[in-house]
Structure formats: structure tokens, C-alpha cells
Design a protein around this ligand. Structure first.
Ligand SMILES: [Fe+2]
Length: 503
């Protein structure tokens, strides 16, 4: 089940492995080292573990079987890469099974040869890769097979020059170790192979960090791990069954007839679930995209409303954006979060939306309003709430808009709410709205200074404003002052220090 595209999966864009000269020095050295190590290891195996002539009679058909199995690709359940909404349809080839079978039966050299065959098919079919990629892929497979070998040899399998077919000796404690060793060898094969490829990709791509390499390995290869272990287990099972099959071939044939439908059943079941899963994931991704678009549209609509209010009330241009900025800082300072924070944000943008219904003669009047005009002006809170009610915001923004002119002592409008009866968002807005109004120029008066306004807020704590809210706001303003002072004094202090040390 060796994935024939290993070394290509992450290089599908063709940007790596094309031209050795374009690689960074370290990547060139690495790729050449792996290729040399793989070819040398294969040569050493050929000399160290020669195959008797009569074994070639089995090895050659076995290698052809490996080649054939490498063309067979089994679709696996679609998986989703990190940070991507699309679902990948993936296949893995069956080449690992005969490779492991030959490794168990004839030892390291034949196992490596089978690996070479599967790697060659994998890198040349369906699309031919570059020569350096083919060589690297072959070498990585040889090194992976040989890395898996010691575990098998220690457990008493995969011995060079062992008899073929194996003697029927199923039993004893060693069989359990051999089974574990086979699964372990499958895991080692997988890790060594994917590690060698992931390092190559990371070194050839100049921008990626080791952290990105880890993520790439996890996204592209880790999902194949169970397939590798299952492939090695299937090979071991076939290897154990082989002598029985030869001895009792009638029964083996009967058994095969009964067993054959099982893989088909598994295959079609997997395909059905994959298709369903892929459809489901696509549907979820589609929904997510739609939700994002809707959220963007929602915010844009609200901001357009805010702009419309700004445009009508020409004496308070940009007032709304500034109030929003102050209100959000203040809400965070007061540790508001989630829906309450959202209510403050949208409340700050929309709090004066009711002014749309107030005549411009009142809104833009340079002097003081008459009592009647003031009564008319007061209605903007109720009208604003009425405009927003049908929108059904998922956070309590309507209450914030309605109550932003309430006073802490109950003397405000429109409902005369008192203390904590006033929504926290409205208490925050009351402070920031007044602060911004006083610190900006109006037709009928000059802007107040920051200190004057701070004193005003302090003076009206408990009457107009919530004392906790004012304290938090004054804290923010003082921190701002300290930061500004540090910026102004910082360079001076450094100059002073420098002159002191010189002097
Ligand atoms: Fe208002």
C-alpha cells in the first residue's frame, strides 16, 4: 500500500524537484546524500545477501506482482487539509503489500528491489516525474525498507536465505512477537519514508519553517499511517497462509472464494461513506462561506446606517466612529465580552439612528433648543429602538439604543431608568457620547479640554453617570496620557542620559 506519489503529493504544483541548480545548497546536499545512501545500501544488500538462482523463479513473478499492485489505487475516505475548506479525494496504491511479502519471504535485498519497483511505478505513472525526483523516491523507499528490516530480523522473520515457502510452524510465544514486529516494521517504514520526503520538501522550499514542515507532514501524510500498518499486516497474514495454501490448495481456493467478496464489500462501503462525507463537508463549507458573506453584509449595512446618521447630523461628523472606538475600549476595560461586547459595538454605531426622523432645523440649530424642540429631539431614542426592533439582532442592541440618554439617578429619558436598571451598554455609551460631544467644537461653543471634561465626568458620577463606568474611563484616559508623556519624554531622557555619560 505504498503511496506511489510519495515525494509528489506535496510537490504536485511541480515547484520542487525540477531543477537541482535552483535548490538551496543545503537541499542539494540533502537530496544527493539520500540518493547516494539509497543506491549504496541497495548495492551492499546485493553483495551481502545474494539470492540463490532457484529463488529468482519466485522473486521475478513477485516483483511483477509488486509492479502490478502499484498500479492499483484504492480510494480512501476524503480528508480535509488544515486551513482549507475543500475536501481532498485521495487514493493509495496497493504496492506495499507485495513489497512487504517479498521482504518477509526473502529478506532485505528482495524487499528493497520490490520497493524500487513500486517507487518507479509511483513516480512514472500516471505522470512522469523528473529524474532527480524518481531517484530520490527510489532511494527513500530503499532506506525505509532497510530501516524496517532489523525489527523483523530480530523477531525471527525476514532472514536472508530462509527457506521459501516458509515451514509451517505457527505457534509458540515468538509468533506474537513476530506479529507485533510486522506492525512495527510497517510503522517504521511509514515514518522513515515520509520523514525523508518532508525534510526534502522543507529544504527545497526556501520560505517554509520546520513548524510548517510538521504541519505539511501531518496534513499530507499522517492520514496514510493506518493504511501502511494494515498493508504490512495483510502481507504478514498472506505470508503465514502461503504454506497452507500450497499444501491444501483445494481448501485455499474454497476459502478464497468465500473471502473475496469481503474486500469488495469494504471497498464499496468505504466509497459510499467517502462520497457521503465529501458531500457533507462540501455542504458545511458552503454554509460556512455563506455565513461569512452574510456577516460581512450585515456589518457593512450597519456601517452604512451609521454613515447616513453622520451625514445628516453635520455638526457631529465622525462622532459615531469615535464614540464606537471609546465605547469598545471602555467595554473591554470593564471586562465585557461576547454578546454584551457586540451590543456595545453595534449600539455605538446605531445609537443615534432615530435622528433620521428629527427635522434638520432642530438637529443643526446653532443655538439652544426650545423646550418643544428638545421634546422632539428626545424622541430619537424611542424612534431608534423602533427602527431596530424588526432587525432581531442576536444581542441586546435595541435596549442600548433606547436607553443611551438615561441617567444613573433616574432623571434621564425616555423611561427614567435608574442605576443597574439601565443596560450596561447604555451606561457605557452615556459616558463616551458625552465625552466626545464635549471635547469637539460645536457651532455654539468651543471644544472643552481633556482635563475639563474629565472633571465634568467626575463631578457627575452617581447623578448622570455610573461611577464604575466613569472610573474605568478615567483609567483609560490616564493610561493614554502616560503613554503620550512617555513618547514625548522618552527621546529626551535618552539624550539626557547620553549627555550625562559623555559629560
Ligand atoms: Fe443620542
Amino acid at each position: 500500500m505504498y503511496d506511489s506519489r510519495i515525494g509528489m503529493v506535496a510537490t504536485a504544483d511541480g515547484s520542487h524537484f525540477m531543477n537541482m541548480q535552483s535548490f538551496p545548497r543545503l537541499a542539494q546536499a540533502y537530496v544527493v546524500s539520500v540518493i547516494l545512501a539509497g543506491i549504496s545500501a541497495l548495492a551492499i544488500c546485493a553483495v551481502g545477501f545474494p539470492i540463490p538462482v532457484h529463488d529468482w523463479m519466485v522473486v521475478i513473478p513477485g516483483l511483477l506482482l509488486s509492479a502490478g499492485a502499484s498500479f492499483l489505487r484504492v480510494p480512501v475516505v476524503g480528508f480535509q487539509r488544515a486551513n482549507e475548506n475543500s475536501v481532498q479525494n485521495s487514493t493509495i496504491s496497493l504496492g506495499l503489500v507485495p513489497t512487504f511479502l517479498l521482504l518477509l519471504a526473502f529478506g532485505p535485498f528482495v524487499g528493497s528491489l520490490a520497493g524500487v519497483v513500486t517507487a518507479m511505478i509511483g513516480t512514472m505513472y500516471p505522470k512522469r516525474s523528473f529524474l532527480v525526483q524518481i531517484l530520490f523516491s527510489i532511494s527513500a523507499v530503499v532506506l525505509s525498507v532497510l530501516a524496517a528490516c532489523p525489527v523483523l530480523m530480530l523477531a525471527g522473520v525476514a532472514h536472508p536465505r530462509q527457506t521459501f515457502p516458509p515451514v509451517i510452524a505457527v505457534g509458540g510465544p515468538s509468533v506474537i512477537w513476530q506479529a507485533f514486529a510486522t506492525l512495527g516494521a510497517g510503522a517504521i517504514y511509514f515514518f522513515v519514508n515520509t520523514f525523508l520526503v518532508a525534510v526534502a520538501i522543507n529544504l527545497t522550499s526556501r520560505t517554509s519553517s520546520w513548524r510548517e514542515a510538521g504541519a505539511l507532514w501531518r496534513d499530507n501524510y499522517f492520514w496514510m499511517f493506518p493504511g501502511y500498518v494494515a498493508g504490512s499486516a495483510a502481507a504478514a497474514l498472506m505470508y503465514v497462509m502461503l504454506p497452507y495454501a500450497l499444501l491444501y490448495w483445494h481448501s485455499a481456493l474454497a476459502l478464497a472464494t468465500l473471502v473475496l467478496p469481503v474486500p469488495f464489500l469494504i471497498y464499496y462501503s468505504a466509497r459510499y461513506h467517502r462520497d457521503r462525507d465529501v458531500n457533507h463537508r462540501s455542504y458545511i463549507a458552503e454554509l460556512e462561506r455563506g455565513r461569512e458573506e452574510l456577516r460581512g453584509l450585515y456589518t457593512a449595512t450597519v456601517e452604512s446606517f451609521a454613515l447616513a446618521i453622520d451625514a445628516k447630523d453635520r455638526y457631529t461628523q465622525e462622532h459615531i466612529q469615535r464614540v464606537k472606538s471609546y465605547a469598545m475600549d471602555l467595554a473591554r476595560e470593564m471586562e465585557l465580552s461576547g454578546m454584551d461586547l457586540k451590543a456595545v459595538e453595534y449600539g455605538a454605531l446605531l445609537h443615534d439612528i432615530g435622528k433620521i426622523a428629527i427635522p434638520e432645523s432642530i438637529l443643526c440649530k446653532p443655538g439652544k433648543l426650545t423646550p418643544d424642540e428638545f421634546e422632539k429631539m428626545k424622541t430619537h431614542t424611542i424612534i431608534g429602538a423602533k427602527i431596530l426592533e424588526p432587525v432581531r439582532f442576536p444581542f441586546p442592541v435595541v435596549d442600548v439604543v433606547r436607553s443611551h440618554h438615561e441617567r444613573y439617578d433616574g432623571s434621564g429619558y425616555p423611561d427614567g431608568l435608574k442605576g443597574d436598571e439601565i443596560p450596561i451598554g447604555a451606561r457605557i455609551l452615556a459616558v463616551t457620547d458625552v465625552y466626545d460631544a464635549l471635547t469637539t467644537d460645536r457651532a455654539y461653543r468651543r471644544a472643552w479640554s481633556r482635563n475639563e471634561t474629565m472633571l465634568y465626568l467626575q463631578k457627575h458620577m452617581g447623578s448622570h453617570f455610573d461611577p464604575h463606568v466613569v472610573s474605568a474611563f478615567l483609567r483609560i484616559l490616564r493610561q493614554e496620557d502616560e503613554r503620550t508623556a512617555a513618547m514625548i519624554n522618552g527621546p529626551m531622557a535618552r539624550i539626557d542620559g547620553a549627555s550625562a555619560s559623555v559629560g
